[in-house]
Design a protein around this ligand. Structure first.
Ligand code: AMP
Length: 113
């Protein structure tokens, strides 16, 4: 069965998709936790970073570089931004399809909840 993010990838569920390339896509989070809250998702449905394999190394790097590029494109470079990957129940993961959160546009606090 497809994950909800595979359905967004395939255009079966509407989303505000702002970026696509041959390896990943990005869209606005439906429940934004900051003025800018983007999810960067690999086309390949790796469930979570803890299940990524050595062969995914380039893809994982690409996701981070893409997050940084989108942050720059959206004007976040000067004031900064945060990238987050939630993994498993204690990490707060709710969708079992690897995704990088890009958060910005306000002062974020640390530690996270
Ligand atoms: P996580 O909790 O790290 O697994 O993140 C999943 C994220 O996906 C949450 O921030 C949700 O708000 C977001 N989300 C779930 N469904 C959708 C959707 N249909 N469109 C956009 N974002 C979604």
């Amino acid at each position: 069965m497809k994950t909800i993010f595979e359905k967004i990838r395939d255009g079966e569920i509407p989303a505000d998709v702002i970026y696509r390339d041959e390896q990943c896509f990005a869209f606005r989070d439906i429940s934004p936790q900051a003025p800018v809250h983007i999810l960067i998702v690999p086309n390949k449905p790796i469930p979570r970073v803890g299940e990524a394999e050595p062969g995914d190394q380039a893809l994982l790097g690409h996701l981070l570089l893409t997050a940084a590029k989108i942050a720059s494109d959206l004007g976040l470079s000067e004031n900064g931004f945060r990238v987050v990957i939630n993994n498993g129940p204690h990490g707060g993961e709710t969708v079992p399809h690897l995704h990088v959160h890009l958060l910005g546009g306000r002062q974020l606090t640390w530690p996270p909840g």
